[in-house]
Design a protein around this ligand. Structure first.
Ligand SMILES: Cc1ncc(COP(=O)(O)O)c(C=O)c1O
Length: 309
């Protein structure tokens, strides 16, 4: 576990790291440490911390989310600045800004280095911390051809997941300076995340860091091939510009996503409904190029089904 934490900290050029069982726990520990009860957290409207983490920022940290909608999930400093609380005693104060890179609900879109820098510089001028939900930060750094350390520079804390594109069975890392991680250790214990014989999980995490990052570009190529074929087949609406990493987000032209996902499953294609009309496809280590070609052929077949066309 210590080796994994040290490797992760070194990879991001940070003082320390903490192994946590889930990305959600890592994000919520960070929110707890950066804020005080009664403060607001500025976050993108479709972010994971706001939509998928069980209102924990409210129940555990006593904070209110201040969601800001951004095109393709990409916040700008000017949109964040407009959402900051004025420094008056009768308004809840902004305590934290969170970023998500890549952005899951927006379809795996990438926040560019310029955008990250613009936001962290703005936050710095206001004395506000920035937490990066980098569950898929390696997909972002692969897409941009940058090191994850460079892409995350300026963020006060970072969470990344071993268990998504990096294919480990369990675990995420929370990174920051030494004092922050020391406190995070306490909060993790409070949440029941102080695991005992976790070395076997950390070992898989080390394999993930050693062997799974370089191959992410294959997932991105596979996602692109799938997306372009789906645009041709015409079964779904798809914005090809938003397909930048390993996620392909589509919308039904006709019929419900639940019905489509169930039909696809019966034919051997696994995807998830991402709303009443939306479906998310994800490429990963266990999806081969051949698998993508097979899925395309099956979807071509499915496009003749009157329920969906
Ligand atoms: C952007 C993002 N952040 C955080 C998480 C949380 O990770 P976990 O499921 O390990 O709690 C996810 C999971 O899907 C995610 O997509």
């Amino acid at each position: 576990v210590l080796e994994l934490q040290e490797s992760a900290a070194e990879m991001f050029g940070r003082e320390a790291a903490l192994f946590v069982p889930t990305g959600t726990m890592g994000n919520q520990i960070a929110i707890r440490l950066h804020t005080r009860p009664g403060e607001e957290v500025i976050t993108e409207a479709r972010s994971h911390v706001y939509n998928w983490e069980m209102a924990t920022m409210a129940s555990f940290s006593g904070c209110l989310a201040r969601p800001v909608h951004a095109e393709q999930g990409r916040l700008t400093w000017s949109s964040i600045e407009r959402a900051l609380s004025p420094p008056v005693y009768y308004r809840a104060q902004t305590g934290l800004i969170t970023l998500e890179n890549t952005h899951n609900m927006a379809g795996g879109t990438v926040l560019s280095l310029d955008r990250v820098r613009e936001i962290t510089a703005g936050a710095g001028r206001k004395g506000l911390p920035v937490h990066l939900d980098g569950a898929r930060i390696f997909n972002a750094s692969t897409a941009l051809g940058l090191s994850p350390a460079e892409l995350a520079r300026g963020c006060d804390s970072i969470m990344f997941c071993l268990s998504k594109g990096l294919a480990a069975p369990v675990g995420s890392l929370l990174l920051g300076d030494r004092d922050f991680i020391e406190e995070a250790w306490r909060i993790r214990k409070m949440l029941g995340g102080g695991m005992r014989q976790a070395g076997i999980l950390a070992a898989a995490g080390l394999v993930a860091l050693d062997t799974m990052i370089e191959r992410l570009s294959e997932d991105h190529e596979n996602a692109r091939i799938l997306a372009e074929a789906l645009a041709e087949i015409g079964l779904f609406q798809i914005d090809l510009e938003s397909v930048q990493t390993n996620i392909v987000l589509v919308a039904m032209r006709r019929g419900s996503s639940a019905e489509m996902v169930s039909e696809m499953r019966s034919r051997g294609i696994l995807a998830v409904p991402f709303g009443p009309r939306e479906i998310r496809f994800v490429t990963h280590k266990d999806v081969s190029r051949q698998g993508i070609q097979t899925a395309i052929a099956l979807l071509q077949d499915l496009s003749r089904d009157k329920r969906f066309n």
